[in-house]
Design a protein around this ligand. Structure first.
Ligand SMILES: O=C(O)CCC(=O)C(=O)O
Length: 317
């Protein structure tokens, strides 16, 4: 076979793959479980086939659900200085003006942050407590006793504890851009709602990635901002596309991708499997806690790496 024909054949296989994978395994919408599963059931039905679900009645007993009002958080954490992501547009860790731009990580008393979220103080910028790296245990130890240190049936199913337990509280304008990572993610909403847009890993051939110079926002109180390059940092591969308003002239393949969307309400838990692409929004002031369990680097991971590598390679040719 001539090289050109071989390349066309590989492109054809890659274009057909997401549809074939969808027919074999992915749901049309995210299914619900009405109770927490047993470790074996969860591993067999959800983790192993890499399928998302929303679990109800799994965290009803957490004191956080009743306790975490603004008044309580002010009393317990109020004066403490914590890390808050500040951006001019709500997009932390996202492509902007041909850069991969990270938020300004501002250290501020938690109550000053709450004043902004509750609109007691006006700001032209967008604020989000989203530091990750286990910010619940590192920055909010006062709140740990109101949730669980891990999710017992998940820890047993995977034979390990979470790598990180994260606390998320932010404005409705704060958006997490489309990305994927290597965590089995149990995402628990304490108050408000989270809005997820998901793509299975098999949609990779339709999802654009480019390499970007990393940079950081420096934002001022008057709304002006600078984007400062992280000159010594290596380029970052990121997805430039906004799945809510995709530029199909630039990224025509995305027209064939079929996102799944779901709302996770207070008291519910989303299982977001490893390697799934996710874009996240929230109701104003939504509070959430999530558990990141490192994935198994098994044959599924290797298959995904192959898909990723083939997709990148054919795009270069
Ligand atoms: O809640 C968010 O804004 C983003 C969560 C997320 O991307 C993650 O846990 O990987």
């Amino acid at each position: 076979m001539a090289e050109g024909a071989a390349l066309r054949a590989v492109r054809g296989c890659l274009a057909a793959f997401p549809g074939e994978a969808r027919e074999l395994g992915w749901p049309e919408s995210i299914p619900y479980l009405d109770r927490p599963p047993s470790p074996l059931e969860f591993y067999r039905e959800w983790v192993s086939p890499n399928k998302p679900c929303i679990i109800r009645n799994a965290i009803n007993h957490w004191p956080a659900l009743k306790k975490w009002s603004s008044a309580y958080l002010r009393e317990v954490v109020g004066p403490k200085v914590v890390s808050v992501a500040v951006t001019p547009n709500g997009y932390a860790d996202a492509v902007f003006q041909d850069r991969f731009v990270m938020p300004e990580e501002r250290q501020m008393p938690f109550m000053d942050f709450l004043d902004i979220v509750e609109k007691k103080v006006a700001s032209p910028n967008v604020f989000y407590v989203q530091k990750q790296c286990s910010n619940l245990t590192e920055e909010f130890p006062e709140l740990v006793c109101d949730v669980q240190p891990d999710i017992p049936w998940m820890s047993e199913a995977l034979g390990k504890k979470p790598d990180a337990v994260n606390f998320w509280l932010g404005e409705s304008a704060a958006v997490t851009s489309l990305h994927k990572d290597h965590y089995e993610n149990l995402y628990c909403v304490i108050s408000g709602e989270k809005y997820f847009l998901l793509h299975p890993p098999s949609d990779r051939p339709f999802i654009p990635y480019e390499l970007y110079q990393p940079a950081t926002y420096h934002v001022s109180e008057d709304g002006s901002f600078e984007i400062v390059d992280e000159k010594t940092a290596e380029k970052v591969p990121w997805i430039p596309l906004d799945p809510l308003n995709p530029d199909l002239e630039l990224y025509p393949e995305y027209a064939q991708a079929k996102p799944l969307q779901c709302t996770v309400k207070a008291g519910e838990m989303l299982y977001l499997p490893s390697l799934w692409f996710h874009h996240v929004q929230q109701s104003h002031g939504c509070i959430a806690v999530n558990y990141w369990y490192d994935m198994e680097y098994d044959i599924k991971y290797s298959y995904y790496q192959l898909l990723d590598c083939l997709t990148k390679t054919v795009k270069m040719l």
